[in-house]
Ligand binder design. Structure first.
Ligand code: NAD
Length: 484
């Protein structure tokens, strides 16, 4: 059987890449190849940027309300294709179909928020800054922007940026993750139906060569990146060297603290989802479960009982509660961390290594795993595992918990379960990560609030979506004038 080959979308047309290196796209539940993607080249990027640059002038002059009307049309086409996008996503990424649907919904919420551009990209004015002199700040689009995105949210993450960039009057080049290129291909098929002017949105598939060509291209004004911290640092540095705007969101090691007064019965379902949703492959996933004081034994018992019930399998089946790892390399990495935890002396309470799913002998499955008695200095408590592995670090006091949060190498999110307002206040005031959940296991800001961490989880200052995103995609031109 010949496999479909993912094409680039440049200047309103589907085109083959110049690249000769092919990557395989695999269904992680079956381990079978389902498509191929050509790794694009510098030349592919050049063509996409040229199309975007040529489209810019006319697009910039299109009134913001008219641009917003295109965004409304994008929403309609996405709604019509909602289920097909979600199914494609599960097929290539593995997450369960309900998680895929939730992701597509979050993608659409960004489209909805972007329609507010006529208000959110407005500038401001002040008369008489000196006698007879007026001043105005106009938010102007800047030209071509680019997005480079990870494998774990193939639908949503690109749309944390793209709709805001184009509704502000810029044009765009997207590079999806080479591991999951089918979802954005489906999404760009939808965009093709909308009838945006040619060159306003472009997509180039590929890997490092495409990324580096984007980073070095003199006609790209800014880059939005989401992925691991190692790559985020590379992006940030190289964009600095080439003078681009940049927002680079990196990895995470999120702590979820449980106070002795926490309402466990109410909180447990969301706690379990925090650690095992998307098989732990979320930048907001709980990774360290940190009970404070005497709640620890009760918490571990109850959590273990629920974890044992999780049915692992093909994400397309309605019976499945947790899908596979998104690829063989991810499976191997997680198994490696489980070995490491054992070697370092943590207590393996639930072992997900030998996870067999009937009818799926070649799937990349790992079952829910729990380590108890993890200490803050162990590798599994410091590094991002990005899989369904819970590390229980027992804390004596809330001060110990906050110390644990603030000494991780990342600062993406942190959560606290408690019935105490004072504990909640102390935690949200003192914890360093920029996304905090109180009795919420996944502190995921919606499209109208900013998304992004601090420390090694975020490089740059303007985060994804929220109102601030319009600042990233515009330059404030200040005009000071007087008339004689
Ligand atoms: P990754 O860094 O390996 O890849 C991300 C993108 O960068 C891909 O498009 C890839 O092609 C490109 N890339 C990879 N290595 C590169 C290199 N050496 N040079 C140039 N480009 C390179 O990340 P991933 O494995 O796809 O995604 C998982 C990571 O993303 C996790 O660390 C997760 O925490 C993080 N993530 C963070 C957020 C957030 O909001 N902070 C959201 C989602 C995922």
């Amino acid at each position: 059987m010949t496999l479909p080959i993912m094409k680039n979308y440049i200047n309103g047309e589907w085109v083959e890449s110049n690249g000769t290196i092919m990557g395989d796209v695999t269904n992680p539940a079956t381990g079978k190849k389902i498509a191929q993607v050509a790794f694009g080249t510098k030349d592919d990027v050049e063509k996409a940027v040229q199309a975007a640059r040529e489209a810019f002038l006319q697009w910039r002059q299109t009134p913001p309300l008219t641009r917003a009307r295109y965004i409304f049309r994008i929403k309609d086409v996405f709604e019509e294709n909602f289920e097909e996008i979600a199914q494609t996503l599960t097929m290539e990424n593995g997450k369960i179909i309900d998680e895929a649907r939730a992701e597509v919904r979050r993608m659409i919420e960004n489209v909805e928020h972007a329609t507010a551009a006529t208000t959110l990209m407005s500038g401001y004015t002040l008369e008489d800054i000196a006698t007879g002199i007026d001043c105005a700040g106009h938010r102007q689009p800047m030209g071509v922007f680019a997005g480079i995105v990870p494998y774990n949210f193939p639908a949503m993450v690109p749309w944390w940026f793209l709709p805001y960039a184009i509704v502000s009057g810029n044009t765009y080049v997207l590079k999806p993750s080479e591991q999951v290129p089918m979802t954005q291909t489906k999404i760009f098929e939808c965009l093709d139906e909308v009838g945006l002017p040619d060159g306003v949105v472009n997509m180039v598939h590929g890997s490092k060569d495409v990324v580096n060509a984007i980073l070095d291209h003199p006609d790209i004004q800014g880059v939005s990146f989401v992925g691991s911290t190692a790559t985020a640092k590379h992006i940030y540095k190289r964009c600095g060297e080439t003078g681009k705007r940049v927002q680079a969101l990196g990895g995470a090691k999120n702590v979820v603290g449980i106070m002795p007064d926490a309402n466990l019965d109410a909180g447990l379902p969301s706690l379990v989802t925090s650690f095992y949703g998307v098989a732990g492959q979320r930048c907001l996933a709980g990774s360290i479960l940190a009970p404070v004081g005497n709640i620890a034994d009760k918490l571990v018992d109850k959590f273990l009982a629920l974890a044992k019930k999780i049915k692992v399998g093909d994400g397309l089946s309605d019976q499945t509660a947790m899908g596979p790892m998104a690829g063989k390399i991810h499976l191997d990495r997680v198994l490696g961390y489980i070995e490491k935890g054992i070697e370092e002396g943590a207590t393996l309470v639930l072992d997900g290594r030998d996870c067999k799913v009937e009818g799926y002998p070649d799937g990349y499955f790992v079952g829910p795993t729990i380590f108890d008695n993890v200490t803050p200095d162990m590798t599994i408590a410091r590094e991002e595992i990005f899989g369904p592995v819970v590390c229980v670090v027992r804390c004596k006091t809330i001060e110990d918990l906050i110390q644990l949060v603030n000494t991780r190498d990342f600062a993406n999110a942190a959560c606290l379960y408690t019935d105490s307002g004072a504990a909640a206040r102390k935690f949200k005031y003192e914890a360093l990560p920029s996304m905090v959940g109180i009795n919420i296991g996944i502190a995921a800001p919606m499209s109208f609030f900013p998304f992004g961490g601090s420390g090694n989880s975020m490089f740059g200052d303007i985060k994804a979506h929220g109102q601030e995103i319009f600042h990233f995609f515009t330059d404030t031109k200040v005009v000071i004038e007087r008339w004689f």
